[in-house]
Each structure stands twice: as structure tokens, then as C-alpha cells.
Design a protein around this ligand. Structure first.
Ligand code: ATP
Ligand code: MG
Length: 252
């Protein structure tokens, strides 16, 4: 497996966000000023010179404090965002679970959302119909599968999101803290599924604030701090360094 090219490689990647430096009363006012080129921005470097490579078939952990750049990195891999500079290669089909409820519509039922999401992931109506029962059983939310998503608890949204994103084995699965809101039995079930994925050669990018889970699931990990890679290597070393660092730390 080590001879195959990495599933993801980032080389000297930076992401620069433009943040307006003034407040606007209305969106209309903002747009008019923007069209006239009168909006002042400052640039914010969310990622700076990030170099990482993630081998195929690896469950790769990413840790770091709030605002460190973890979700930004995942968005690059999901191709939701383009880097401002640097070189990014993603090999394969990506199933992203970026944030809770992303890709779901609050007024549609669970069932309808499964079809919507399956379609977004590139599957045909027939393929989705063929998997639907399996998704519903895994999500295990009972009759709520026929109720609008807005009536769901946070954990129920996460259950359905995970169930549909993992109904097909992707080349690369992206998980941005989605398991944090699931109860313990559900988390166990998810980790079992992730191990199956790993054993079948899928790559998983796993962002979590729970270093115990990262140690348990990942062999390699990276620690991001202020948009830069502070450590990258064996999970044990990275998690220990991060835990020592955050001993009394807070978000920036
Ligand atoms: N669209 C945006 N415009 C401007 N700044 C942004 C934007 N999105 C994120 N940022 C900034 O980029 C930095 C990194 O954000 P990111 O969401 O990647 O952090 P994170 O590590 O995922 O944090 P958390 O643990 O809170 O989820 C933060 O300082 C954030 O304020
Ligand atoms: Mg985040």
C-alpha cells in the first residue's frame, strides 16, 4: 500500500480569506459599496505553508484548537474551497461530512434527504432506493425518517448524515467533528464502519477534539496551530505534543 501514491497531498498550501474591516447596515449597502470597489478588506491567512501527505487506506487524524484551520483544510480536500497558493492533489472520489446538516434540507423528510444527498454524491435514484433500507437501519432514528429534518435532534441529524455518507465506500471520507454529537453506542457503530472502510482501502480524514478517539482510530495525525502544521507523524507523538500544549490553552 505504501508504494501507491498518496490519496491526498498538500504542498506549501495557503488559504487567504478576505474579511471586511467595516460593518454595513444592510446587505444592499454592502453590495453597492462592493460594486463601487469601496469595501475595505483585510486579508486573513487561515492556512499558511501547509505541507502534508495522507496515504491511501489511512485514517488520518487532524487536531488543533478552535480556529486553527482544520475545517478549512477539509474544505480544500472536498474541493469546496480553492487554495490561494500551493499545490493540492486529491486522488479519488470524496464523500464529505463537513458540518452538521450540510447538504440536508430542513423541510424535507429524512427519506427525501437521503435521496437528495445520494444524488449529490453522484448516485442514481435506483441505486439510492436499493440502499435506502440499509441507511435507515444504520441511522436508527425510527419513524423520524418520515418526518421533516427540522424536527430532528442534533444527534439524529448526525446519525442520518453519517449513514448516508458511508452507505457507499468512498475513496476518501471526510469527517469534521460529526461524531462528537452522537451517543456512545452510535459512535461505536461508526468507528466499526470506519475500520471496515480502512481495511477495504478507503482513506479517512478525521477531525476531532477528542484525542482519545484520534489515538484509537488513527495511525498518523497532524496538529494545526494558527494555520500552520505544528506536528505531523505518528498519532501518539502528535496527540501527546498537542495535549501538553493545550494543558492550559484556550482558543485564539
Ligand atoms: N469564510 C471565511 N472568511 C473569513 N475568515 C474565515 C472564513 N472561514 C474561516 N475563517 C477563519 O479562518 C480560521 C480557520 O477557521 P477553521 O474553520 O478552518 O478553523 P477550525 O480549526 O475548523 O476551528 P473549529 O475547531 O472551531 O472548528 C478562523 O480564524 C476563522 O475565523
Ligand atoms: Mg472546524
Amino acid at each position: 500500500m505504501s508504494s501507491s501514491p498518496p490519496a491526498v497531498s498538500l504542498e506549501d498550501i495557503s488559504v487567504r480569506y478576505r474579511v471586511p474591516t467595516e460593518r454595513f447596515g444592510t446587505f444592499k449597502e454592502y453590495m453597492i459599496r462592493r460594486l463601487r470597489g469601496q469595501v475595505n478588506h483585510h486579508e486573513f491567512l487561515a492556512l499558511h505553508g501547509v505541507t502534508l501527505s495522507i496515504a491511501r487506506g489511512e485514517v488520518f487524524g487532524i487536531v488543533g484548537r478552535n480556529g486553527a484551520g482544520k475545517s478549512t483544510l477539509l474544505k480544500l480536500v472536498a474541493r469546496v474551497l480553492k487554495p490561494s497558493s500551493g499545490h493540492l492533489i486529491v486522488r479519488g472520489y470524496v464523500a464529505p461530512l463537513l458540518e452538521l446538516g450540510a447538504g440536508f434540507h430542513p423541510e424535507l423528510t429524512g427519506r427525501e434527504n437521503v435521496f437528495l444527498n445520494g444524488t449529490l454524491l453522484g448516485h442514481s435514484q435506483r441505486e439510492i432506493a436499493g440502499r435506502f433500507e440499509e441507511v435507515a437501519v444504520f441511522a436508527d432514528i425510527g419513524d423520524f425518517i418520515e418526518a421533516p429534518l427540522r424536527t430532528y435532534s442534533t444527534g439524529m441529524v448526525a446519525r442520518l448524515g453519517f449513514a448516508v455518507a458511508t452507505a457507499w465506500v468512498p475513496d476518501i471520507l471526510i469527517l469534521d467533528e460529526v461524531l462528537a454529537v452522537g451517543d456512545e453506542p452510535f459512535q461505536r457503530k461508526c468507528f466499526e464502519r470506519l475500520r471496515l472502510f480502512r481495511d477495504s482501502g478507503a482513506t479517512v480524514l478525521f477531525v476531532s477534539h477528542n484525542t482519545a478517539q484520534v489515538r484509537n482510530m488513527c495511525s498518523q495525525a497532524a496538529w494545526l496551530e494558527h494555520g500552520e502544521v505544528r506536528a505531523w507523524g505518528s498519532t501518539d507523538e502528535v496527540a501527546t505534543a498537542y495535549e501538553v500544549f493545550t494543558g492550559g490553552g484556550a482558543a485564539r
